[in-house]
Design a protein around this ligand. Structure first.
Ligand SMILES: Nc1nc2c(c(=O)[nH]1)N[C@H]1C(S)=C(S)[C@@H](COP(=O)(O)O)O[C@H]1N2
Ligand SMILES: [Mo]
Length: 228
């Protein structure tokens, strides 16, 4: 097998990289990429990614098992390429810097829920608290229902990637991954594990549950990058 540098997928990705660079440097943007509809959001992407429909309610999507977790028995272990391996219980998690943000949630099955108000901890603050080593390049995540997902460290460290425990000013419900789940607003929502249990920093990539079953490893909503 060999890759084709002229493939649409690689060309589109190259365009997106150029576009993001131009947006960051406030340079004129010639290319009609990324795709989508609406005003540009704070990341320079059209508000609604291509092929998405905005919903008002928040659907539940998972493997069909809801682990019995609450503030008393939940915990999160951070390991791999870190200086300090740590397990956070609810109290330790609450002691991390708390933040709030409003962001959009895009499911690959084509619904988007916009302007969600979240409270929680930035992924980057967890990474800092465990002192991630420079050799770490990927993140592998395990959840308490047996789910897993993976992402490049660079994506996980984006400012809006959070481990949330409140949605719209209420504790995150069990069905949506409470007490604590991850969100990845700039990637499809499957990259954000509900009932998050383990974060492992690695120098190699391993496909997670859906990535192994044909979902794209990158999952970029504004490239319509759904399947591998
Ligand atoms: N632990 C776990 N996390 C998960 C999933 C899952 O099955 N188990 N499904 C993913 C998918 S495909 C989506 S779209 C979102 C759905 O989150 P929601 O049910 O809160 O809408 O969670 C993601 N995180
Ligand atoms: Mo999804």
């Amino acid at each position: 097998m060999s890759y084709d540098l002229n493939s649409k997928k690689i060309k589109n990705r190259e365009k997106l990289i150029k576009y993001r660079k131009a947006f960051k440097e406030k340079m004129p943007m010639a290319e009609e990429i990324p795709q989508g509809e609406g005003e540009l959001n704070r990341d320079g992407n059209p508000k609604i990614p291509p092929g998405q429909k905005v919903v008002e309610s928040w659907p539940v999507l998972d493997l069909g098992v809801t682990p019995e977790l609450d503030e008393f028995n939940w915990n999160l272990t951070v390991s791999g390429l870190v200086k300090h391996v740590k397990t956070f219980d609810w109290d330790a998690f609450q002691e991390l810097p708390q933040t709030s943000d409003v962001s959009d949630f895009h499911c690959v099955t084509s619904w988007s829920r916009m302007n969600n108000r979240w409270e929680g901890v930035k992924f980057i603050d967890i990474a800092a608290s465990c002192e991630v080593l420079p050799s770490a390049k990927f993140v592998y995540i395990k959840a308490w229902d047996g789910y897993s997902t993976n992402l490049p460290l660079e994506e996980a460290l984006k400012y809006d990637v959070l481990l949330v425990h409140k949605w719209e000013n209420h504790p995150l419900t069990k069905e949506h991954g409470g007490p604590v789940r991850m969100i990845t607003p700039q990637l499809y929502a499957w990259k954000g594990a509900k009932w998050i249990g383990e974060i492992i920093f690695r120098d190699y990539d391993e496909l997670g549950f859906w990535e192994k079953r044909g979902y794209s490893n990158t999952g970029e909503p504004w490239l319509n990058d759904r399947y591998s």
